[in-house]
Design a protein around this ligand. Sequence first.
Ligand code: AP5
Length: 215
Amino acid sequence: MINLIFLGPPGAGKGTQSARIIDEYKIVQISTGDLLRAAVKAGTPLGKEAKVYMDGGQLVPDSLIINMMKERFESDDCQNGFILDGFPRTTAQAVALDEMLQNELKTSVTHIISLEVDDEVVVKRNTGRRVCPSCGATYHIKFNPPKDGGKCDKDGETLVHRDDDQEETIRKRLGVYHDTTSLLKDYYSKSGKFFELSGDDHPDKVYSKIKEILG
Ligand code: AP5
């Protein structure tokens, strides 16, 4: 059973690597960023409230995120394992996650992998990122370009540039990561399940190192 948490700055490759893991290990990916963007697109009360924080590069308040995740864990697709991509991001979220897993799912986290990437690489990756609004596939205009200009290789949809992928917002998101989320490395470092990996290498190389950890 794999219950993995991915830590790492924005653009570290959490989504890119998650897509490979879910294909091979047949487990589900839960991305709080994707859940929030879906809520924004649907115009729900959560989406309207979250959008203000997301556009400003700030974290959405813990209470909203924790409630959203409690709801998400009610689906029974997590029984065979999961990847948490973008959650937890604060100590309060990490504590709430431990409680949710223990009390409701009767399970626990098996691996925490932190992808380490330099700040300037993060800026280059996120400014060049393009995503498919339909299937969520992620590309980079230089490092992983789509075959047909601005269209998704999988479904031909026109790719979009995320609202929070402007350089000024990326730098704010990086600041939030260093001030708050990176502190979770201390929270997990003594668990015996914590691994730090360079995310600077080619995605294939990063993935093979992840597979060595997951077994
Ligand atoms: P979220 O969507 O989670 O954004 P993030 O953590 O900033 O992560 P990203 O999705 O930007 O990056 P990634 O690591 O998945 O990188 P990717 O694989 O796409 O969150 C967005 C916002 O939602 C937050 O700012 C916050 O407001 C809110 N939020 C979400 N969760 C929250 C929570 N728990 N609490 C509070 N607020 C929350 O790769 C990036 C690019 O690099 C791509 O173009 C890719 O092709 C390329 N690339 C990937 N790997 C490589 C490689 N090895 N070499 C070269 N290029 C690569």
